[in-house]
Design a protein around this ligand. Structure first.
Ligand SMILES: C[S@@+](CC[C@H](N)C(=O)[O-])C[C@H]1O[C@@H](n2cnc3c(N)ncnc32)[C@H](O)[C@@H]1O
Length: 239
């Protein structure tokens, strides 16, 4: 994919993946998060989940870390001293000045490291007893249609209970799991579809490919949303 065309489509979108504020609230309540918690939003995109994280920890701090959108997150919350955005690799959150964390929130991003590697990387950056909440591509049927699996470009789709088992194997206690709601996916695809409509007139060949792929992904998810999606897992690191 042409990176310039990708960034043209994605510049200034409110979020870069599916997610809903009620999921953040649910995860923070399960975690028993303190009002002054130190939080990392790992793979934050432009920081779409930061307001909900701050609502759960009003006297806490959030560092939003993203390899591409860290500066955008920093600029978005420039007026709020509780938030810092950082362009960094989430494989090394333990090196951040704010680490270790009470909570790492990782919406649709852990899988870029691979599930096992991601779980290990997050454990290194959490306080003992700290909590990781992550949404992970999942299948809700035995054999999803190949067109549904293609949304995740070959990433192995596990059942929620398989994700829980891998999480336990990595030394966490699973506190809860739930499917990311359709509203979370629409919160991602809706602004993308509006942006596609804006950019379509006059789009060059590279941009046209990116716009077509974005619409195809949204259409495929709507057809297959009962078979595949994201499962949110909330898990406590062992002491
Ligand atoms: C599907 S998006 C989700 C973004 C955001 N959590 C949201 O829900 O809007 C995944 C994000 O992970 C980021 N990412 C991927 N690999 C990364 C890495 N190794 N370190 C930091 N960010 C990474 C990407 O830049 C992208 O913004």
């Amino acid at each position: 994919m042409d990176m310039e065309a990708f960034l043209t489509l994605h510049k200034d979108l409110p979020r870069e993946g599916p997610g809903a504020p009620e999921d953040v609230a649910w995860a923070c309540a399960l975690a028993g998060l303190a009002a002054d918690a130190v939080i990392c939003d790992a793979g934050s995109g432009p920081g779409g989940d930061v307001p909900a994280l701050l609502a759960a920890a009003p006297s806490g701090r959030v560092v939003a870390v993203d390899a591409y959108f860290g500066a955008a997150a920093d600029a978005r919350f420039a007026e709020d001293p509780r938030v810092r955005g950082d362009t960094a690799d989430m494989a090394h959150l333990d090196r951040l000045p704010e680490a270790p964390f009470d909570l790492i929130w990782c919406a649709g991003a852990l899988y870029f490291l691979g599930l096992e590697n991601g779980l290990a990387a997050m454990a290194r950056a959490l306080k003992p007893g700290g909590v990781l909440a992550f949404s992970e591509p999942a299948r809700f049927v035995d054999a999803p249609d190949p067109a549904a699996e293609a949304i995740f470009e070959g990433y192995p789709l596990r059942r929620p209970e398989e994700i829980a088992a891998v999480t336990v194997g990595a030394g966490y206690e699973v506190l809860g799991q739930r499917k990311v709601p359709d509203a979370g996916w629409e919160a991602y695809f809706g602004p993308i579809e509006a942006r596609v409509a804006e950019l379509r007139p006059g789009a060059d060949e590279n941009l046209t490919v990116v716009l077509d792929e974005a619409l195809a992904e949204a259409a495929a998810w709507r057809v297959h949303r009962d078979a595949i999606g994201y499962v949110l897992t909330v898990a406590r690191r062992g002491a």
